[in-house]
Design a protein around this ligand. Sequence first.
Ligand code: GLA
Length: 392
Amino acid sequence: MRDPTHLQEKFRARFGTAAAIYRAPGRVNLIGEHTDYNDGFVLPAAIQFYCWVAAAPRSDKKLLIHSENFNETVEANLDSISAAGKNHWANYPLGVAWALQSAGKRLNGANLLISGDVPLGAGLSSSAAIEVGVGFALLCQSGCTVKRTELALLCQKAENEFVGARCGIMDQFIACHGKASFALLLDCRSLDSQTAQLPAGVQLVICNTMVKHELASGEYNRRRAECEEGVRALRVVLPQIRALRDVTIAQLENHCSLLNPTVYSRCRHVVTENERTQEAIRALDTHNLREFGRLMRESHRSLRDDYEVSCKELDLLVEIASAQPGVVGARMTGGGFGGCTINLVESSAVEVFKENVAAKYRAQTGLNPEIYVSPAADGVQQVDVSSRESAQ
Ligand code: GLA
């Protein structure tokens, strides 16, 4: 985790003034994968890995953005924002400035220093963390108010329309609304959310496969298109449906002949995953951990076989983890094609779990997995550096 005072010093060295410090978290998703863009349910928690943003206003309309991770500075004019080139990190902060302004927010010029400790491209939503961190910082620096849900939606717009990834709302929503010690059940249609108490005595343990497959973003957009194709075909006989959220398993089975086999499998994942997510909430409410773990396992199987967004490294990590003592459940988390698994592990078993899983995964792949343990964290906020200094 970064030290915010250190970030302030770096900012002063680069830009010559003091800065306010903000941070937005990454996330894991406990269950409800690839359901958000189908108007469904998700159960994410923010984690204690952050994108840190140091910011101070400028008197002109420039944005000067320095990334510590990429050791690069990008300059832009707020009156004429254009993309920085394909796959460039700066498209996230620039896209957010563009989206905020297109929603009528009058932004000041600003100097920004960005430093992220959310592992990049690991399925823990480093992109939403940078979007939300920068959006929040720019709004605060410009004296604009905005509701957290509106900020989440504008960050999603930046990613959809400026960066070009057709993500759903889950990641930006949890980066805005995360709550320490809680997961959040989000209805991605109404955007109503409620906190969900994480079970006592278990920890969130995240295992990083250390692989990221190249096809990820293209395949993600393709899965979305396949879901939309499923809805179009099913509407012929079910005209009332707007999204896969509205389809029951029985309806899908009855009308499977309308869908080609691939689209049918994609739809089956989404429809059953929505069902599982609601069952998982009931399991949490009734402290039925065994059932929660079963649902996590089923979720992984469905993502692997029906949605085909897993990969051999994720499957292996889930298999190794599931055989360890004290494991409630294990599954891939996030978009897939590499990245991380989320594991619910009894607190007393965590240390042994880490050792065993790392050793076995290393032995079978030659890769050294990173394993992180994180409590559920708060959403985006300003960090009060002065009180930290005096408290230390
Ligand atoms: C990525 C996207 C999210 C969501 C997940 C899969 O993290 O950004 O919107 O679709 O994949 O659940």
